[in-house]
Structure formats: structure tokens, C-alpha cells
Ligand binder design. Structure first.
Ligand SMILES: *Cc1c(COP(=O)(O)O)cnc(C)c1O
Length: 379
């Protein structure tokens, strides 16, 4: 039934081409094996152009990019930062690492992203108390943009810095533009499981040239311009290497094909599973294009005849990786003291949500296997 050598199907494995090899080879051939060089410059320019941001800094990870974004927006000890609860821990950890604290906000059903109505309520309440949050981190989940316009308006009105965690949303659109390009700063990730990978890396983007110049300085141990080592502030070692940037450049060149492949996965899942009672896919909001980085669905156990976990375990038994939807931050033991606004939607999505294998190299045979196993779990 389950030969142990059956090749594992991963949730979202890397999908690497020839161009990546060429850029990396070039780095070796020209001895640019350093955290600067033509691939870093090229990757920054090409990504900034793709997402429509003025400037970009290539960094060691998306988490490092978020850490710098927060610091450059003035977040420090005692500050409050408002964060989407339904996300990966990296959206919130840098807030705490800067000595600030998180207040979490629930998702809305139409996109599974931050609910702007709840943000409005919180900002109003905070304005009345006379202590506004320093920043808002909006996460664009699973390849879908949050509803950005009302958030930009709220942040402008109350003087709160808008930071976009677009780690999962490269290739998505909001009203024709890329998420990550609307806020004071935006971040992307090129971790191994993202829609494109550099084997690990991240990018900070902003229209503010000074912010990005300062980010580059902080990312290289905050060296002041001097022939010796001079420091008027402290930084980090966060710059991306020129070898890694070569992989990223090659990947970025095929991003549109990767979005198309992931959207095709989604279409096949809908065709193969959409008729089953109790199965509902993450909706595509009217404001933009979902990249379908991951195809996610919810399971109504009563209608379907089995719960989310039964499906996940049936897939795992066949050496297929599927994952529950993110466990919300307000449910995490490490954040049990953090204030939370709402919560019912993200708790329900965690309880019933499942992410299916969604890689851009997923074959038709793989998809058919997965669909057959899920169908086998139905009543
Ligand atoms: C992957 C991810 C990050 C972190 O990116 P790294 O490059 O792995 O540090 C941050 N936020 C979200 C929502 C992510 O999915």
C-alpha cells in the first residue's frame, strides 16, 4: 500500500532552472563571493522594478528585512505594534526583539487577511486613550493581498507606520499593483518554500531612498564612511551574498511562469475537489490576483464526513506533505499575554484549514494522486 521509497511530495519545494546556474557561475568566475557585487545590485534593481517600489535592499532573510523595517520606522522599547494574528511567527518576533509589544488582530473571511474594520476600531480606541501604536504590520497571506486601501487611509489618518509583510505574496496584485509597494516599507522572503527562492534570503523595499540607504548601512554593521572602522550607531550583519543573489535573480526571471503554474495547481484542485460537500477554498478577493503560493481549503467535518486532520494524516501516510493553516499568534503560548482584537475567524481557519502541495513543479500525476486521496476521505 505504502512503499517506503515512494517519492515524497513536498508542500512547496524549490523549482530551479538554468539561469540561476549561470548567475552563480558568473559570481565564481569573477570572484564576487561576497555580500556585495553585481548579482546583489541586479537582484535589488530587478525586484524593485517588478514590484514597483523605488528602492530595495537584499538581505539574509525576510525576518531580517522586517527587523530593519521596524527599526527604521522608529519602533523601540515600550512601543505597541499591531500585527495580523493569522501568520507565521516571523511576522511578530522582530517586534518583541526590539523591545516593543504586539497587539494582534483577527482576519476577515473574504481574503483570510487582516480585517480593516477591526483595525479602525482599535486605532479609534487608542486615539481616545492618547497612545497610538507605532506601526501596523499587515501580512499578505498565502499569496493573496490584504485589502490595503483602507489600511493606508487609517495609517495616514492616525500617523501609524504601515509595514507590509509580503513574504508570501510576491507575484500577487492589489488593484494592479504589487503588495509590499504601498506601505512605508515592505518585505519579501526567498526562503526555500516561497514562490521563488535564493536558498534563503529576503528583500526590504520602500519608495524612500534614505530609508533603504540606512537599511543597507545597518545591515553591514552600521559602518560610517571612513577609511577605518567608525560607528555612531549599532547595526547587524544582514547583507545577502552575491552567490545567493545570483540564484534569486535567475528565479525572479521566471516568477510569472511560477505564478501561472501555482494558479494552475489551484484550478486543478478546484476541478477535482470543488464538488465535495464541506470543502471550501480560500476565496480570491475582488481587489486583485491571488498567486496561489499555497492552495488552502477549509473542511466542514460534518458535511465532508471527516475532519481536516483525517485528510492531512491520509496524505502523510502516502508520503505527501500537507499542513494546517497557520496557528494564530494570539493562540501561541509565547504570546498568551498579548492583547487580541476579535479572533473567531482566525481560530476557525486554523481549526479547519489545510494547505495542499502547491509547488510550481508539481506534476499532473502528483495532483491526481493527491485529489484521489482527499476524495477517499469523503463520506
Ligand atoms: C516566510 C515568512 C517570513 C520570513 O521569511 P524568512 O525569509 O524565512 O525569514 C515572514 N513572514 C511570513 C508571513 C512568511 O511566510
Amino acid at each position: 500500500m505504502n512503499p517506503p521509497n515512494k517519492t515524497r511530495i513536498y508542500l512547496s519545494p524549490p523549482d530551479i532552472g538554468e539561469l540561476e546556474r549561470r548567475y552563480v557561475q558568473e559570481a565564481f568566475d569573477t570572484n564576487w563571493i561576497a555580500p556585495l557585487g553585481p548579482n546583489v545590485d541586479g537582484f535589488e534593481q530587478e525586484l524593485a522594478a517588478y514590484v514597483g517600489s523605488g528602492h530595495a535592499a537584499a538581505l539574509v532573510s525576510g525576518t531580517a528585512a522586517l527587523h530593519l523595517a521596524l527599526r527604521l520606522c522608529g519602533v523601540g522599547p515600550g512601543d505597541e505594534v499591531v500585527v495580523s494574528s493569522l501568520t507565521f511567527v516571523a511576522s511578530a518576533a522582530p517586534v518583541v526583539q526590539l523591545g516593543a509589544s504586539c497587539t494582534f488582530i483577527d482576519a476577515e473571511r473574504d481574503s483570510w487577511n487582516l480585517d480593516p474594520a477591526l483595525v479602525a476600531e482599535l486605532f479609534e480606541a487608542r486615539a481616545r486613550e492618547g497612545r497610538l501604536p507605532r506601526a501596523l504590520i499587515v501580512v499578505h497571506l498565502y499569496g493573496q493581498s490584504a485589502d490595503i486601501d483602507p489600511l493606508v487611509e487609517l495609517c495616514d489618518r492616525y500617523g501609524v507606520a504601515l509595514i507590509e509583510d509580503a513574504a508570501e505574496a510576491l507575484g500577487a496584485t492589489y488593484k494592479g499593483k504589487s503588495p509590499g509597494s504601498f506601505g512605508r516599507a515592505g518585505i519579501f522572503s526567498f526562503n526555500g518554500n516561497k514562490i521563488i527562492t535564493s536558498s534563503g534570503g529576503g528583500m526590504l523595499v520602500s519608495d524612500d531612498a534614505e530609508l533603504i540607504a540606512h537599511a543597507r548601512k545597518l545591515a553591514t554593521q552600521a559602518r560610517d564612511p571612513a577609511p577605518h572602522y567608525e560607528h555612531t550607531e549599532l547595526g547587524y550583519n544582514y547583507r545577502m551574498s552575491n552567490v545567493v543573489a545570483g540564484i534569486g535573480r535567475g528565479q525572479l526571471a521566471t516568477l510569472d511562469q511560477k505564478v501561472a503554474a501555482r494558479r494552475a495547481n489551484f484550478a486543478h484542485y478546484v476541478e477535482g475537489l470543488g464538488d465535495l460537500p464541506g470543502i471550501a477554498f480560500q476565496p480570491e478577493a475582488a481587489w486583485g490576483t491571488h498567486s496561489r503560493w499555497l492552495t488552502c481549503l477549509t473542511v466542514d467535518a460534518e458535511a465532508f464526513g471527516n475532519d481536516r486532520e483525517a485528510i492531512r494524516l491520509a496524505l502523510e501516510a502516502e508520503n505527501i506533505e500537507a499542513r494546517p493553516v497557520w496557528k494564530p499568534m494570539h493562540m501561541q503560548p509565547v504570546f498568551q499575554e498579548a492583547p487580541m482584537v476579535g479572533g473567531a475567524v482566525s481560530e476557525d481557519l486554523f481549526e479547519r484549514g489545510l494547505c495542499l502541495p502547491s509547488g510550481s513543479s508539481l506534476s499532473q500525476a502528483d495532483r491526481e494522486r493527491i485529489i484521489a486521496i482527499v476524495r477517499g476521505c469523503a463520506r
